[in-house]
Write a protein of this length. Structure first.
Ligand code: F6P
Length: 327
């Protein structure tokens, strides 16, 4: 059951309301989330102008993941970095586009958070004007920057994504449900669309790159085969941007999976700034996320750019996926 949508509840008003419910809150998380909203507006603006202003295409550089960097990847990264350089309480930023965490030093000794981001998720969609997103995770700065980053997903303070599609959305959770905001271009604000959205317990969507089917690990192939033989039909949807596929599953239920395969035995997706933040969203909405063998939120990362096999979605489909890995 969705809660009734209030009128004109902007992101900032919503955050302040939530903050007032927690007397111990200091307003610092609200300030970080407010910057994420600003990032969303700026990147959304770039996306809308990209084709007109020659911002599509490659920069010529290759990132730490060995992927060719696109102009908009680089722009997205600078927009995030710039945003947190203005927020005193963020001590470091980790990004898909940066080899190492960027430590932000300032006179303020009360740095409280580290922010981890995938500035542009689904970048192969950029040059064809299809949907892309940004993913973020906010963690407490406890001990050194490295110690704060290499922690389980259950240690995230807040997480979420921005989606640049037919409209620009901001979806987040700070551990008390998942809330969706839509950017109202006329007033330049994110406005609440859904408070406490719940993912269906069982769904209709299957989202995966079936072009890799032959390379997939055996359990993933058997899972896919089992879906094809179901009496209940599933609909196949795969956009090339995890954020967009997950967003659909958030509404309709089902499963997205990117398993380990012959070429990538460790999987493709990055644990810290893709898989763990979206796992928090799924769990907070009543869904789940797994590697097939382990709950994603329980994985203790060993390195910043670690990859993991991944499946995320409704509880029923995730349970079934795990059954094939247990066999
Ligand atoms: O790197 C992340 C990502 O772009 C996801 O957003 C997306 O689901 C996946 O990779 C697409 O990968 P492929 O093109 O191999 O299917």
């Amino acid at each position: 059951m969705q809660e009734k949508k209030p009128q004109h509840l902007t992101l900032n008003r919503f955050l302040v309301q939530r903050q007032l419910k927690h007397p111990e809150a200091t307003g610092e998380l609200t300030a970080v989330m407010d910057q994420i909203g600003k990032v969303g507006k700026i990147i959304s603006n770039y996306m809308r102008r990209a084709a007109l202003e020659g911002l599509t295409g490659l920069t010529g550089a290759v990132n730490v993941q060995g992927e060719k960097v696109k102009k908009l990847d680089e722009i997205g990264n600078s927009v995030f970095v710039e945003a947190f350089e203005y927020v005193d309480m963020v001590g470091a930023i980790v990004s898909e586009e940066m080899d190492r965490p960027l430590v932000i030093s300032s006179a303020n000794r009360k740095k409280k958070y580290v922010v981890l981001v995938d500035p542009i998720d689904g970048s192969s969609n950029l040059d064809v004007d299809c949907v892309v997103g940004s993913i973020f995770s906010i963690r407490n700065l406890k001990g050194s920057v490295e110690e704060s980053i290499l922690r389980k997903g259950t240690d995230q303070v807040a997480a979420g994504y921005l989606m640049y599609g037919t409209s620009t959305l901001l979806v987040y959770s700070a551990g008390d449900g998942v809330h969706i905001f839509v950017l109202d271009g006329q007033i330049g604000e994110f406005v609440l669309e859904h408070e406490n959205i719940r993912m269906p317990e069982r769904g209709k969507i299957v989202s995966s790159n079936f072009g890799n089917y032959r390379k997939w690990a055996q359990p993933a192939r058997e899972f896919a085969d089992s879906l094809a033989s179901e009496r209940e039909e599933y609909a196949l949807r795969y956009s090339g941007a995890l954020v967009a596929d997950l967003h659909q599953i958030l509404h309709l239920g089902g499963i997205y999976f990117y398993p380990e395969d012959a070429k990538r035995p460790e999987g493709k997706l990055r644990l810290l700034y893709e898989c763990a933040p979206l796992a928090m969203i799924a769990e907070q909405a009543g869904g789940a996320a797994t590697t097939g063998r382990a709950r994603v939120m329980d994985i203790h990362p060993e390195k910043v750019h670690q990859r993991v096999p991944y499946a995320i979605g409704s509880r029923y489909e995730i349970r079934r996926y795990e059954e094939f890995y247990r066999k």
